[in-house]
Design a protein around this ligand. Structure first.
Ligand SMILES: Cc1cc2nc3c(=O)[nH]c(=O)nc-3n(C[C@H](O)[C@H](O)[C@H](O)COP(=O)(O)OP(=O)(O)OC[C@H]3O[C@@H](n4cnc5c(N)ncnc54)[C@H](O)[C@@H]3O)c2cc1C
Length: 396
């Protein structure tokens, strides 16, 4: 939608093909229906891709402020949370999709919905796009093509990787898709009773004795492992090591280590029950389970706990290890890793380095941003640059 809009605003005669009956179907479910549209911290270093300089060039051409000004131009106002996550003022993804739909209409973009593109062939000067509409196969010629067909995450919303074979035939290398921003399957062991509990924590992924990735954020214990931004943000590393012996370490003190140590030093020699001390930091269920696993009675007073037992408990709170079994599948992940490496397209135009006149954007490219609006920012940035570049290149 952003690519089509920018191409039309810059003089292009644009047709947008969408296999769903309406545009923006996936946008509707983002941010749990609120659409977490971007993030103040959306800088190159936050993304995993083949070349960080490439990403920097993209975001410096069309970054957070550029996105906010286009959004405001088409009628979307935003607010941001204290940690820099942006949402529409309406708190509704519907209003975002509606504003894009209206802007596309008034820019005279031809919307071909319920239309599935099957193949894209480059015939010297032109592209021949084959598509299926109302059960009828048709073919049309275009001067240029922007592929913004997503990856393979949440296939029920339209992106199923259908255009990757066409991109391969056009000369691109497509890295196999893997779930990313996905819940992690892990053996909870002693922590099984914590199902349903949500906590802020530090999380590190280990491959044997090597730390692979680390994050901090909110995580939820579930029947099959862990969900929430803290684990989703590192899930693409799990799928990158399919045969490895992976473990997660959870640091429940990550967010208040100093306060914990200060209060402990104050109360260590007092009659404060250990349960009450831990209750200053954790919900009762967590206190109960960690005390049980450390074989400490709930009523024990801090002055009566041996140094060894206390160190053991603190070590568990800082470093509980869980065996990783994998991640949940494409139906449950927010994006897919894999696709075409960013280095196969020009960072100033998003034009293919293999085929002139072909542009690739968003999740079709192999880019993983964390939860928090980073992936929409990249989809919008790459779409805006490609749309503008396609119109000016093809119009010249
Ligand atoms: C549940 C969920 C929540 C999310 N929440 C957030 C969030 O809050 N913030 C954030 O930044 N990111 C979020 N994301 C990720 C974000 O939605 C994606 O990064 C973004 O939508 C990618 O944009 P895209 O244009 O590349 O691909 P898509 O949004 O997947 O769009 C691709 C479009 O191409 C169409 N298409 C595909 N193949 C064809 C074909 N052959 N012919 C015609 N049309 C075709 C599809 O129907 C689809 O409409 C979330 C994702 C999910 C699944």
């Amino acid at each position: 939608m952003m690519a089509a809009l920018q191409a039309a605003w810059n003089g292009g005669d644009v047709t947008l093909f969408e296999s769903n009956p309406a545009v923006g179907r996936k946008l509707l479910v983002t941010g749990s229906g609120r659409c977490n549209i971007t993030n103040d911290a959306a800088a190159a270093a936050a993304y995993t891709c083949a070349d960080q300089n490439w990403m920097e060039a993209v975001l410096s051409q069309f970054g957070v402020q550029d996105l906010l000004s286009v959004l405001s131009e088409i009628g979307i106002l935003v607010y941001k949370t204290s940690d820099g996550w942006y949402y529409p003022l309406s708190n509704s993804a519907h209003t975002v999709v509606d504003a894009f739909f209206s802007a596309l209409k008034s820019a005279n973009v031809k919307l071909c919905t319920s239309t599935r593109v099957g193949s894209i062939v480059h015939n010297g000067e032109h592209f021949s796009v084959r598509f299926c509409q109302d059960g009828k196969e048709e073919e049309k010629a275009f001067d240029g093509v922007i592929v913004s067909a997503g990856g393979t995450a949440y296939p029920s919303l339209g992106s199923r990787g259908e255009l990757f074979p066409a991109l391969e035939r056009l000369g691109h290398v497509v890295q196999p898709n893997r779930p990313a921003l996905a819940p992690i399957l892990a053996e909870l062991g002693d922590l099984r009773p914590l199902q349903g509990v949500r906590l802020d924590m530090g999380v590190t992924l280990w491959n044997g004795s090597q730390p692979v990735a680390a994050t901090a954020g909110n995580a939820i214990f579930t029947e099959w492992g862990l969900n929430g931004p803290a684990v989703m943000d590192i899930s693409h590393y799990v799928t990158a090591f399919p045969l490895a012996d992976l473990e997660l370490s959870l640091d429940l003190l990550a967010y208040f280590r100093e306060e914990f140590e200060r209060l402990l030093a104050q109360k260590r020699k007092t009659t404060l029950p250990l349960r009450v001390f831990l209750g200053a930091f954790f919900p009762p269920k967590v206190v109960k389970i960690y005390l049980k696993n450390a074989h400490l009675p709930e009523e024990i007073l801090l002055e009566r706990v041996s140094d060894r037992a206390l160190e053991g408990l603190i070590e568990k709170l800082k470093n509980t290890r869980l065996r990783v079994k994998g991640v949940r599948g494409f139906e449950y992940c927010q994006i897919s890793a894999g696709g075409v490496a960013v280095t196969e397209v020009d960072q100033h135009t998003l034009e293919s380095r293999r085929v002139k006149g072909l542009f690739l954007t968003g999740e079709t490219l192999d880019v993983v941003g964390p939860c928090g609006g980073y992936n929409l920012q990249f989809a919008f940035s790459s779409g805006a640059i490609a749309g503008k570049a396609a119109a000016s290149r093809l119009g010249s």
